[in-house]
Design a protein around this ligand. Structure first.
Ligand code: NAD
Length: 499
């Protein structure tokens, strides 16, 4: 373990967590009506960070009422588009100004190395700037119809209304940004529920939203357990749309709840993404991509390249080299300047990942590296060593279930047809990777993969302009790009009789 001194916590972040955190409802910071609180924990140490309001169903009612009022009576949906854009741009500037604090809050509550969380605020600012641009570009169509007489037919894009948003813990700050930028640019109001493990960055974003000058009730943030709050939000008759990011199991429950009032629903769910390494790939690029695709954020990435398909003739060497590569990742507290891999989010998640490694071994997989919890000195936090499992078949549980930890299942293949068939044999279809120097093969395989995102000779690139989402049980709809504008607007068709 490193003996480095940890990077000291940013002063504003320290000040932020020094007080119990409240919820943002109708422009005010309020306690839960029940007065209850819960605690958040630093996954690197297991220590309490701070206490947070534990909202209940009645707090969801307050927040939804505020969002409804802001939508029906408030200036927000009727505000001139350039006024909405101006506020989004102001928020982006505030994110840049508070970048270090935001990075530190993410590392504190999620565990991710500061090296990587430092990119968070600039990315978030870029996201708000991109959607600020959309606010003034929400045009409709004029449609030449074939009806008799003289009619003028056109469409308008209108906001959907009150949007409920529910987020996971694995990339909490960017998840919050992605649940706000597109709906706000299109004139919706939002009730946002972060994961109970990671509410802090989202609450700080709420403060910056207020500082930017967004009207009261346009953004409301309610903290507390998913089972009660999430249920109340998804069943609430005054909520018009739900945007959920999280596990496929909870996504199924949310779809059922939304059916009650036919809410619009977008779901960003789990994945078990195939990463295909052909023997003709640039070997060093492929090795680096394969490692980063699974181990970043300790494997807690929805599109992690967790099923690694390696062409038979290079399989043994590639898997051995990947294991050596994995050993070079420094595991530790995210505030250690040398750390590449932080902890997983909780003791429960750590146990779940370790259980999967045991299951894999009982199925006949071989642990090439990793496989166990932590190095000496890291035992208090929730650490799992980067793990490479060899000798894996695609039908094993470890190749089909989303483990959501730093564990890669390496599977050999012998032809393009075979690997496409195996890659598509999954209930999921979120991400996917291909490493090859044959451009025709790259396109052919990319087109054949039943998955929402494919990276060729790279992995994990995302951009606010580029649609992101899943096929099959990885979700419904897309975030980012113009697809998110579709997801947050209704199209109204107007007929005018000109005769
Ligand atoms: P989770 O499904 O357990 O929880 C997600 C959110 O749902 C949390 O805020 C939780 O409190 C809430 N929730 C729990 N029960 C609920 C219910 N009955 N009704 C409504 N809300 C409820 O997921 P997690 O463990 O926080 O996150 C990990 C999962 O998220 C993984 O499956 C991962 O793949 C997925 N994920 C997907 C994407 C994507 O874009 N596709 C991105 C990040 C994470």
């Amino acid at each position: 373990m490193s003996t480095n001194t940890l990077i000291p916590l940013n002063r504003n972040a320290a000040e932020f967590i020094s007080k119990p955190k409240k919820m943002l409802i109708n422009g005010k910071w309020v306690e839960a009506l029940s007065g209850e609180t819960s605690q958040t924990y630093n996954p690197a140490t297991g220590e309490v960070i701070t206490s947070v309001a534990k909202g209940g169903k009645e707090d969801i009612d307050r927040a939804v009422n505020a969002a409804r009022k802001a939508f029906e009576e408030g200036p927000w949906p009727k505000l001139k588009p350039n006024e909405r854009a101006k506020l989004l741009l102001k928020l982006a500037d505030l994110l840049d100004e508070n970048a270090e604090e935001i990075a530190h809050l993410e590392t504190l509550e999620n565990g991710r190395s500061v090296k990587f969380s430092s990119a968070m605020a600039p990315n978030a600012a870029g996201h708000f700037r991109y959607y600020a641009g959309w606010a003034t570009r929400l045009t409709g169509e004029t449609i030449p119809t074939s009806r008799p007489g003289d009619v003028f037919n056109y469409t308008r894009r209108e906001p959907i209304g009150v949007c409920g948003a529910i987020n996971p813990w694995n990339g909490p700050f960017m998840a919050a940004v992605m649940k706000l930028a597109a709906p706000l640019s299109t004139g919706n109001t939002v009730v946002l529920k972060p994961a109970s493990e990671t509410p802090l960055g989202t609450l700080r974003l709420g403060e910056l939203i207020q500082e930017a000058g967004f009207p009261d009730g346009v953004v409301n943030i309610v903290t507390g357990p998913g089972s009660t709050l999430g249920n109340a939000l998804t069943l609430h008759p005054e909520v018009d749309k739900i945007a959920f990011t999280g596990s496929t199991d909870v996504g199924k429950q949310i779809m059922k709840n939304c059916a009650e009032t036919i809410k619009k629903v977008t779901l960003e769910l789990g994945g078990k993404s195939a990463h295909i390494i052909f023997a003709d790939a640039d070997y060093e690029v492929a090795l680096k991509n394969a490692a980063n695709a699974i181990f970043m954020n300790s494997g807690q990435v929805c599109f992690a390249g967790s099923r690694l398909f390696v062409e038979g003739k290079i399989y043994d060497k590639f898997v051995a080299d990947l294991a050596d590569y994995a050993k070079t990742y420094k595991l530790g507290n995210g505030f250690d300047p040398d750390t590449i891999l932080g902890p997983v989010i909780s003791a429960k998640q750590k146990q779940s990942v370790l259980n999967y490694i045991d299951i894999g071994q009982s199925e006949g997989a071989e642990v090439i590296t990793g496989g166990d919890a932590a190095e000496d000195g890291l035992i208090q936090g929730y650490y799992v060593k980067p793990t490479v499992l060899g000798n894996v078949r695609n039908d094993m549980k470890i190749a089909q279930d989303e483990i959501f930890g730093p564990v890669v299942a390496a599977i050999p293949f012998h032809s393009v047809e075979e690997v496409i068939e195996m890659a598509n044999k999954s209930i999921y279809g979120l991400g996917g990777g291909i490493c090859t120097t044959d451009v025709r093969k790259a396109h052919k395989v990319a087109h054949a993969m039943r998955t929402g995102n494919v990276w060729v000779n790279t992995y994990s690139l995302v951009d606010p302009a580029s649609p992101f989402g899943g096929y099959k049980q990885s979700g419904i709809g897309r975030e980012n790009g113009s697809a998110a504008i579709d997801a947050y607007t209704e199209i109204k068709n107007v007929w005018i009789n000109l005769d």
